[in-house]
Design a protein around this ligand. Structure first.
Ligand SMILES: Cc1ncc(COP(=O)(O)O)c(C=O)c1O
Length: 438
């Protein structure tokens, strides 16, 4: 578009200085419209490197919020998109269907633990969590038990930014407490502190157990992130907690929703984090790495028991239907991403990343300014004693040629699985040096 074709004042500002224009008019995540720190403009991305407009290259330790597991600009994923584009980029999913959706559903059903058998495609992780919650509510309504409409979760969780999802994020330390007056009131149990089964004792589950026993008559489902709690604090907890939660849900007639949006597709060293505990949920949310980070897509999977339960009202109509549901491009690239993952030696790679992260980050734990260091799979976290100055730290990271985005007290890394050991070392060295400087 040229100025002659589009002679509006905004366009003129854009042509004069697109970065200044963008900063004045476009919101960024969790940021003010005015006075936010200038974001770094990216021109392109390739493999594990982001290329900035000014020519600098950054090794990416964030995998674009944990989604880009195969690296950027992957030829296989690009090919899948371009092949699908020749057929159709999008058609509505109401009354129509297509092979890319069916093919992706088949892959997901085979990949996820038994007995998840039914797939709802949607467009983001938050919406996948909303759909999971709706499934649970509709399940109990169809059983003529509408009083079972509350959710039980654990503290420090994060499930997204939409209202249903916000209502099960940590109400105190989470980022949504400003909305608490308008959110439904759910139940929050203390999160476990034991990171490994060796540290397990019954006190870890006591609060959860008390809440589920006392409120089972009004609880539709438990929702939690299995093994790793992400944006609510980057916490790792022991598999035994999850096993006990599964047992308590069964004993008290409560559904279990596992939000694997951050943990799914190998991030913790298992294909899905609930495999660490050998359990399977009634409903599972997937997103982020589902498309290899190429497109926005998420999915909510349910067991036949859940679907049949929803059908007990005689209709079984699940009341959700986004415009871009099962977008064919997203389905095609998600299938290609899963195939790529399965053909790769992903587990070896993730375990190698885990062992390198342990070797290179754990020494930071000795620093007085570091509260904790934790590693699982391709996730490494350095928790500082004090909150960090994100903008300042980010500038230093960028000067060193690495991309990491800390939050609160947490300086963490979740790189693409294809990262090479020397690239990973550059990231961990930058993290440790930052920790030492503080
Ligand atoms: C566990 C979990 N659930 C849900 C979400 C929300 O996903 P989205 O940002 O795609 O809406 C996230 C995002 O960080 C997440 O980590």
């Amino acid at each position: 578009m040229t100025e002659a074709q589009f002679p509006g004042p905004a366009w003129q500002d854009f042509e004069r200085d697109w970065q200044a224009f963008e900063q004045a008019h476009v919101w960024h995540p969790y940021a003010p419209m005015f006075g936010a720190d200038a974001p770094y403009p990216v021109a392109s991305a390739e493999g594990v490197r982001l290329k900035l407009e000014d020519g600098r290259e950054l090794i990416d330790g964030m995998a674009s919020w944990w989604s880009v597991i195969h690296g950027y600009n992957h030829p296989r994923l690009n090919q899948a998109l371009s092949d699908q584009m020749q057929q159709m980029s999008h058609v509505m999913f109401g009354g129509l269907t297509h092979k890319p959706a069916a093919g992706l559903a088949a892959r997901l059903i085979d990949l996820t633990p038994e007995p998840l058998k039914h797939v709802f495609f949607c467009d983001s992780g938050s919406v996948a969590a909303e759909v999971a919650i709706k499934m649970a509510l509709q399940f109990w309504q169809a059983q003529a038990r509408p009083e079972k409409h509350r959710l039980l979760t654990i503290r420090h969780g994060y499930h997204g930014d939409t209202f249903g999802a916000m209502a099960v994020c940590d109400p105190v330390s989470g980022m949504h407490h400003m909305f608490s007056a308008v959110l439904p009131k759910h139940l929050f149990a203390e999160a476990p502190t034991a990171k490994v089964d060796a540290d397990w004792n019954e006190s870890q589950i006591a609060d959860f157990s008390r809440l589920i026993k006392t409120h089972a008559h009004e609880i539709a489902a438990v929702i939690l992130e299995p093994i790793v709690q992400g944006a609510g604090g980057m916490r790792i907890y022991c598999p035994e907690f999850l096993r006990q939660v599964r047992g308590l849900c069964d004993a008290h007639d409560v559904l279990l929703i596992c939000d694997e949006i951050a943990t799914g597709f190998g991030r913790t060293g298992r294909m899905f984090a609930c495999e660490h505990a050998g359990i399977s949920p009634d409903v599972m949310c997937l997103g982020k790495a589902l498309t290899g980070g190429v497109m926005s897509m998420a999915a909510t999977l349910a067991t036949s028991k859940v679907c049949e339960g929803i059908h007990a009202d005689g209709k079984g109509v699940l009341m959700h239907g986004p415009t871009f549901m099962a977008n064919p491009l997203a389905c095609a690239v998600a299938s290609a991403s899963i195939d790529l993952l399965l053909e790769s030696d992903w587990q070896k790679r993730v375990l190698a990343i885990e062992s390198q992260l342990k070797d290179e980050l754990i020494p930071c734990a000795a620093l007085p300014q570091v509260a904790d260091v934790r590693v699982i799979g391709a996730i490494g976290v350095v928790e500082m004693v004090e909150a960090v100055d994100v903008a300042e730290m980010q500038e230093r990271f960028v000067d060193r040629g690495v991309w990491l985005r800390p939050f609160g007290k947490l300086v963490y890394i979740m790189p693409p699985y294809v990262i090479e050991p020397d690239e990973l070392s550059q990231l961990t060295t930058a993290m440790c040096d930052m920790a030492k400087r503080r």
